[in-house]
Design a protein. Structure first.
Length: 251
């Protein structure tokens, strides 16, 4: 089932100036429910801009973007904020947890904003805490936990609202390799349970966990790879070779 549809998305900054910046020139792709997609490209290629448009944090300058048939470009700022709370989950490189709140209250935050009853919050957090291995630290504060634990808390916060789409922006960028692998294994499990994921990453190792990888160059889709039956190692090698070709200016 088609979940997300992007058609000829463009994003131009300073459009009326003498030096407009064309961050996205023509992006089109579809995402089916249950897919796990990685987005890669060099710095400045437009990856984060694309993620921000999908997240309704920015509006496209042109083109169409539909999530579950909802035209995201039609939303007002208030409608977009409500839509994000109800349909999207976010995971960031630097976790974005509030140090003044316990880990539990950080996880609850999207539900508090949506005015979900406390009993329902407690019901939802139990299986998440168990699955993510954070039961022992859930009532500590972020400053009392490791980077890997904080990212697990951030994943729980993103999932507790039961989003249609999980968006991850460099989710392993601030973690060491062992902890990164643990987080990526969790993503595999979450996706295996049916969660749709779009992840922006610079890491071929991280992207190799996805089922499909889109490469962006100069604001356009340059290439895409499908993992198919390849092993993580085989798929990572394909991704690395494609990035090398992209970086070297190959066609």
């Amino acid at each position: 089932m088609n979940l997300l549809h992007l058609s000829h998305i463009k994003r131009t900054y300073n459009a009326n100036s003498t030096h407009p910046v064309h961050a996205l020139k023509d992006i089109s792709f579809d995402v089916n429910a249950g897919e796990y997609i990685a987005i890669m490209g060099e710095s400045g290629a437009g990856k984060s801009t694309l993620l921000n448009i999908i997240a309704t944090l920015e509006k496209a300058s042109a083109g169409e973007i539909l999530l579950n048939g909802q035209d995201l470009s039609d939303l007002t700022a208030d409608e977009a904020a409500k839509y994000r709370r109800e349909h999207l989950g976010f995971i960031f490189q630097h976790f974005n947890l509030l140090d003044s709140l316990s880990n539990r209250d950080n996880i609850y935050l999207p539900l508090v904003l949506a005015q979900v009853p406390v009993a329902e919050m407690a019901k939802r957090v139990k299986p998440l805490a168990k699955a993510l291995g954070i039961n022992k630290i859930i009532d500590r504060f972020p400053t009392e936990t490791s980077g890997g634990q904080q990212q697990r808390v951030a994943i729980a916060r993103a999932l507790i609202a039961q989003p249609d789409l999980l968006l991850a922006d460099e989710p392993t960028g601030a973690l060491d390799s062992n902890t990164s692998n643990e987080i990526l294994d969790l993503f595999d499990t979450v996706n295996g349970n049916g969660q749709t994921i779009i992840m922006v990453t610079h890491s071929a190792a991280a992207a190799s966990h996805a089922k499909r990888t889109l490469f962006i160059k100069d604001g356009r889709i340059y290439h895409e790879l499908f993992r198919g039956d390849d092993s993580l190692k085989e798929y990572q090698e394909q991704i690395s070779n494609t990035m090398m070709t992209l970086t070297n200016g190959g066609e």
